[in-house]
Structures are given as C-alpha cells and as structure tokens.
Design a protein around this ligand. Structure first.
Ligand SMILES: [Zn+2]
Length: 92
C-alpha cells in the first residue's frame, strides 16, 4: 500500500500509480504545484530590471511581482508615507 501524495489516502501501489491514488489526484497535484522554475523570458526581464533605478523598494517589488506573478494583486504598502515618518517636531 502507498499513501497518495495529493489526498493522503491509502491505495495499492502499481507500476502506473506510485504517488497518487487516482489519475484525478495526479492531475490535481499537477495543477496546484507551485511553480519553481522561471521562464527564460522572465529571467531576461529580471536582468533588465537590474539596470533600472527605483524610487522605492515597493516599486521594485511591484515590478518583480508583475514579472513573476502576472495578474496578482498589487501589494498595498502598510508603511506610513515618507512625509509622516520624516516629521520632526520643532523644539522652540
Ligand atoms: Zn489521492
């Protein structure tokens, strides 16, 4: 018996299925797998990114996300605006 790598149920191991109990589980595991490779075009885009200047780390993060995770929600920075952080009370 084996343990399905997707749903965790026990199933009899065969030559055809050694990791997943059914082809459905194999397909689902394929669909939910986290992408661990970067497409060649994205690598080129990241190298191009290295040549650019950025006003803030957030801007760089946004550009990186747009390359690696197209369609993802833009990150809303929770940091206070720079003006508020730089405010220094007068002591007179
Ligand atoms: Zn399964």
């Amino acid at each position: 018996m084996g343990i399905c790598s997707y749903c965790g149920c026990e199933f009899p191991k065969t030559r055809a299925t050694r990791k997943y109990c059914t082809s459905r589980c194999k397909t689902n595991a394929c669909l939910t797998r986290k992408p661990s490779r970067i497409r060649a075009a994205d690598v080129q885009a990241i190298y191009a990114l290295l040549q650019d200047d950025f006003d803030s780390a957030d801007e760089l993060m946004g550009r990186l996300r747009s390359i690696l995770l197209p369609g993802s929600e833009p990150v809303v920075s929770s940091a206070p605006p720079a003006d508020a952080a730089a405010f220094i009370p007068r002591l007179d």
